[in-house]
Design a binder for this molecule. Structure first.
Ligand code: SF4
Length: 417
């Protein structure tokens, strides 16, 4: 296996995704040219719906990092960040975006035209330390951008109470006031209600798509999880709903016809932690041994329904919950989520990516490993790697551990390799 590799895709709709990615970045640049204010923000919160409802352009520097990894831009960005004196131990998203904005940002050769400069920065007051630091760096790099310093309590999902929600609603209103003041765009609450409905439809479709992965054989593997692009960049738009409807139809058709990702699915795997964005082809590595990555931790981040009767409260709740789903979450809750997924998707073995770049999501993996074995009898293997930096990934180590793990799973199921 190569150190960097694209995944093999089986869905027809995967081709449409390439078009959607191009269109989104073209739209960002077109918005900038038209004079529509461009705001950079962290993903997975209710600000995206506010932006679309107010005819503002949302841009996600974190999402740009997987795009950089796919286009091979990451090593150059890392060199710039290293030169600025940042530690190589920091989160790869931070290292990539820091290098990008201080390096090749305005280079004409950047694929998709890169990112248009921000007029607004939504600087988070929570999530994880790297994501907050990314925005502190951006504030210094783009001193003319208007900065909204957001503040939300860091509460585990199960501990969210009414007073947390009230405060989050108050913050959403403060954000609307800020956006109105700095852009002159006003909030149309009927339009916001439509956007929230579309966002909720996208979430429902997402859940439905994921549910078809329970079929044996599964019609969709982690190799195609790039479809989450629309959940990051297009939530609250008809574009996301149309695309996910097409994916749902295709996945449903394949599931009901018994068409799997591979012809002979023998081992069903769970992937914990962020994928290796520079090597999504790694998911295909399991396939030569009849293994398919059927479910993963990351996709749960988008499994969140919105209360469409109360749009602002729905977005406030989304903002409180979204980050905690992947980072600020109790280990008990994370363990529960992984165990539940392993039960529901008939998992034979779990691959735990010990991600050098993301301590928050890696935390608690040993507890998860133990719980999988003791409560479900599901064996797991730890893979040392990094979701952004291929220097922290050894192909030889990966292959050795995975080959031995697959051999053990075959034996456990009484199969011959
Ligand atoms: S959650 Fe992990 S990957 Fe995301 S910004 Fe924080 S440290 Fe980086």
């Amino acid at each position: 296996m190569d150190k960097t590799k694209k995944s093999t895709k089986r869905l027809r709709t995967a081709k449409d995704l390439n078009r959607l990615v191009i269109d989104y970045y073209l739209e960002c640049h077109e918005a900038k040219r038209r004079g529509t204010p461009v705001g950079w923000m962290p993903p997975m919160n209710g600000a995206i719906e506010l932006f679309y409802a107010m005819d503002l352009q949302p841009v996600f520097p974190e999402n740009w990092s997987p795009v950089c990894a796919a286009f091979g831009l990451t090593p150059g960005n890392f060199d710039v960040t290293d030169g600025l004196g940042y530690s190589r131990d920091l989160c790869g998203y931070l290292r990539n975006i820091t290098g990008y904005v201080h390096g090749f940002m305005n280079d004409e050769s950047i694929p998709l035209g890169g990112l248009p400069e921000p007029d607004i920065l939504l600087s988070p007051g929570g999530g994880c330390v790297p994501v907050m630091k990314i925005f502190h760096i951006l504030e210094r790099r783009f001193p003319k951008a208007k900065v909204f310093s957001a503040d939300l309590p860091q509460v585990a999902v199960e501990d969210i109470r009414k007073h947390h929600l009230d405060y989050a609603v108050w913050e959403m209103n403060r954000l609307i006031d800020f956006l109105t003041e700095v852009t002159g765009h006003r909030m149309d609450h009927d339009r916001l209600a439509e956007v929230v409905k579309l966002s909720d439809q996208a979430c429902a479709l997402w859940d439905e798509i994921m549910s078809y992965r329970r079929f044996i054989p599964t019609p969709l593997s982690a190799a195609e999880i790039g479809i989450m692009f629309v959940m990051v960049t297009r939530q609250g738009t008809q574009i996301a709903v149309d695309f996910l409807t097409a994916v749902r139809d295709e996945v449903k058709e394949r599931a009901e016809a018994g068409i799997g990702v591979i012809d002979d699915e023998r081992i069903r795997l769970f992937w914990d932690n962020i994928p290796l964005w520079y090597n999504m082809g790694l998911f295909n590595y399991f396939e030569k041994m009849g293994g398919v990555a059927v479910a993963e931790t990351y996709s749960a981040a988008w499994s969140l329904r919105l209360d469409t009767e109360h749009p602002l409260e729905a977005l406030a709740m989304k903002s409180l919950m979204s980050y905690p789903l992947v980072s600020c979450v109790s280990i008990r809750k994370r363990k529960e989520m992984v165990l539940k997924a392993c039960r529901e998707y008939s998992i034979d073995g779990a691959v735990l990516h010990r991600n050098k770049s993301c301590v928050p999501i890696t935390l608690g993996q040993m507890d998860i490993k133990r719980a999988l074995e003791e409560e479900l009898g599901v064996p797991s293997v730890i893979i040392d790697a990094d979701h952004m930096d291929d220097q922290n990934f050894s192909v030889a180590q990966f292959e050795t551990r995975v080959d031995a793990f697959m051999e053990m799973l075959y034996e456990k199921k009484g199969l011959k390799l």
